[in-house]
Design a protein around this ligand. Structure first.
Ligand SMILES: C/C=C/C(=O)SCCNC(=O)CCNC(=O)[C@H](O)C(C)(C)COP(=O)(O)OP(=O)(O)OC[C@H]1O[C@@H](n2cnc3c(N)ncnc32)[C@H](O)[C@@H]1OP(=O)(O)O
Length: 256
């Protein structure tokens, strides 16, 4: 295992978070804690506007570390493991800034869950996707895929452990794009920089709204979004965005 199981660097408003636990970036507790800490930090740092999540090596993430399981004979050990496991995805989903997945290889089990927690998803053309829990004595994880797949595909993957290709997911409108490995990170970073150049408050509101509308009925969701529209309309940046459009110039945002 690497000393730094997840690395984190920031460049011009974009954070690049890289899973770095050779050979297959399997998730152990140490790594999960680091992921939670990094995305909480990204939420609060004003110099970060968008993040990209990728993996080092040829596998994005092989899911739960099958060599480092909780001990059911130690009271509390399984519950603590489960708590940090679910907070890993939540930290990405609830991150105040958009997170773009750049899936550079297999994304399996909890690894596919990491991708599913992201806002926008790119993959390399050699990536594969599956929920192999059924084959390794584990259950649980269908809930992580609800926003990605329809009922039948989700259950087929869940009951069989079958793996789908990146092109299968592109055809099913799960992925934004499928790219050769050397073009994956540049494409994800280019989109991240485009988002990072938007009015910061507008992006914060947009992500909160997008997360909420995942959960709410349409009528309530749009009512909720209108509150954000009203709050945003009162900011200096909203006025600047409108004036820049009318004056045919680039906006200068102040984050307020
Ligand atoms: C709710 C969520 C639950 C879950 O996430 S359950 C876990 C689901 N994950 C799996 O079942 C992982 C299955 N792994 C694979 O299919 C393959 O592996 C890969 C496609 C990821 C990579 O294949 P390749 O490049 O051919 O490498 P390799 O020789 O299979 O593996 C290299 C080393 O990595 C170890 N390894 C693979 N997956 C895991 C894992 N999830 N946890 C711990 N170790 C893993 C292997 O055993 C081996 O190790 P050694 O070199 O000692 O033989």
């Amino acid at each position: 295992m690497s000393d730094t199981p997840v690395t984190f660097e920031v460049n011009e408003g974009v954070a690049l978070v890289t899973l770095n636990n050779a050979p297959v970036n399997a998730l152990n507790r140490n790594m999960r804690r680091r992921i939670v800490a990094i995305f909480d930090e990204i939420s609060e740092r004003e110099d970060i506007r968008c993040a990209v999540l990728t993996g080092n090596g040829t596998v994005f993430c092989a899911g739960a570390d099958l060599k480092d399981r909780p001990n059911a004979d130690i009271a509390g050990d399984f519950l603590e493991h489960n708590r940090i496991t679910r907070e890993t995805g939540n930290a990405i989903k609830e991150c105040a800034k958009p997170v773009i997945a750049a899936v550079n290889g297999a994304a399996l089990g909890a690894g596919l869950g990491l991708m599913a927690a992201c806002d926008i998803m790119y993959a390399s053309d050699n990536a594969t996707f599956g929920m192999p829990e059924i084959n390794v004595g584990l259950a649980g994880g269908a809930s992580m895929l609800r926003t990605l797949f329809g009922r039948s595909t989700l259950r087929r993957m869940f009951y069989t452990g079958q793996r789908l290709t990146a092109h299968d997911l592109l055809r099913r409108n799960v992925l934004e794009d499928v790219l050769p490995p050397d073009q994956l990170l540049p494409a994800a970073l280019a989109l991240a920089h485009e988002i990072a150049a938007k009015a910061p408050l507008a992006v914060l509101y947009a992500k909160r709204a997008a997360n909420m509308v995942d959960l709410m009925p349409q009528r309530d969701a749009y009512r909720f979004e209108q509150d954000f529209t009203m709050a945003l309309a009162k900011t200096e940046d909203a006025r600047e965005a409108r004036m820049a459009f009318l004056e045919k110039r680039q906006p200068q945002f102040k984050g307020r």
